[in-house]
Design a protein around this ligand. Structure first.
Ligand code: AMP
Length: 382
């Protein structure tokens, strides 16, 4: 593909925070931005040069975005298959639709990862309550049942502690069947690797990130991950192998579970910049957003070196008033807010990159603050 040079327009499907941060990087480089999003004034819409207001499965909307753009990318994976196919045929869409199709469906995703020779947690497809019970018996308790489509941040999934939980889980999730049942991995750490391949074939990985989730939502990312050099190498090798197998163009985020004995299972993949890569904005030579823009435009990739240790902490709706009142606690940290109006509990409103000092000091600074105290976060949810 020919190079898309600054001055040209990048079209982005989806107007959320990932698109906004892509656009902020792209604009710094001199690109113009068009966005397709159902509602005006989205996090990206606020800063885009052109807004196309249309549904994610509206071909006419995709056509209007294509008319306004020199290259098209996306910031989330749930784009209608019809739109992805239309773009592949009719527009400069270098990432193509294959990785979208794989990552939109947990079953297809697990099959594709396994076919690439990479381990996932033991799993089984489930089409009925009887199948759910039989599969749980086979995999053993505790296990986790998930919807195959549309789930994110722990939504659309339930932990089964024993047979007594199966009927309730089936009742709650049956409308979204087929489901997938997977063993609950007793992981020692959750890790992620983000890598980027440009339209010119150049590929680079960011340092491995260590992720801490709360209630299924990412809470903290710690970099460098507190793992051995061997595990770091193995995690990057796994992500690279998937990138090769899926003929990646653009960005791939690979989420993994690390067990005590050093086994790594891939949990899921996302073909886009990822929440666990936000640390790159203030801690790496190049951010994941700038790297993604470079990749889809075919300009040389930047270096991915970690310049300093970082702890990224997410700001959900319940944390927002407290962080705004508590900025003096973190004078050296970098605040990123996404321009969302309603600060609902559990909604990702922004993140804070803490880069001052040693990892244990940064973690202690966050832990000793009342902003992210668990019982308060839970309280706000009720
Ligand atoms: P997901 O939406 O699949 O990324 O799940 C959200 C979070 O739930 C993960 O980051 C884990 O903390 C937890 N989780 C999901 N699947 C499993 C599993 N098979 N075993 C253990 N924990 C899991």
């Amino acid at each position: 593909m020919t190079r898309i040079l600054p001055g040209k327009t990048i079209g982005i499907l989806g107007g959320g925070q990932l698109g906004r941060m892509m656009a902020l990087s792209a604009k710094a480089m001199g690109y113009r931005i068009a966005v397709l999003e159902p509602k005006a004034g989205s996090p990206l819409g606020q800063i885009a040069d052109t807004e196309v207001i249309a549904a994610y499965d509206d071909i006419d909307g995709a056509r209007r975005l294509a008319e306004a753009s020199d290259v098209i990318t996306y910031e989330f994976e749930n784009i209608g298959a019809n739109v992805a196919a239309w773009l592949e045929e009719n527009a400069p869409f270098p990432q193509g639709s294959r990785l979208l199709e794989i990552s939109q469906d947990r079953l297809r995703e697990k099959e594709a990862i396994t076919e690439a020779g990479i381990e996932v947690a033991p799993y089984a497809p489930v089409h009925s309550l009887d199948q759910l019970k039989a599969a749980a018996e086979r995999l053993g308790y505790p296990c986790i049942v998930k919807t195959t489509r549309g789930g994110y941040d722990g939504k659309g999934q339930m932990v089964l502690q024993g047979e007594q939980d199966a009927a309730e889980a089936w009742e709650k999730l049956a409308d979204s069947a087929p489901l997938v049942l997977e063993s609950k991995v007793a992981f020692s750490k959750e890790l992620s690797v983000i890598l980027t391949r440009s339209t010119q074939g150049e590929m680079r990985a960011f340092p491995v990130a260590e992720n801490v989730h709360r209630n299924g939502i990412l809470h903290e990312t710690i970099v460098p991950a507190r793992i051995t050099a061997d595990t770091e190498k193995k995690a990057v090798a796994i992500a690279s192998r998937l990138a090769e197998a899926f003929a990646l163009t653009g960005t791939l985020a690979v989420e993994m579970f690390l067990t005590e004995d050093g086994t790594i299972y891939v949990n899921e993949i996302a073909p886009r910049p990822h929440n666990s890569g936000h640390f790159t904005m203030n801690a790496c030579a190049t951010s994941q957003f700038e790297q993604h823009i470079r990749a889809v435009c075919g300009v040389p990739l930047g270096k991915t070196d970690l310049l300093k240790p970082c702890v990224m902490v997410n700001i959900l709706g319940e944390h927002l008033p407290r962080i705004l009142a508590g900025l003096d606690e973190f004078p050296e940290a970098h605040l990123h807010l996404y321009g969302k109006d309603a600060a609902k509990p559990g909604r990702k409103m922004g993140h804070l990159n803490v880069t001052s000092g040693r990892t244990d000091e940064m973690l202690e600074l966050i832990r000793s603050s009342s902003i992210w105290r668990e019982q308060q976060a839970m309280g706000a949810k009720q």
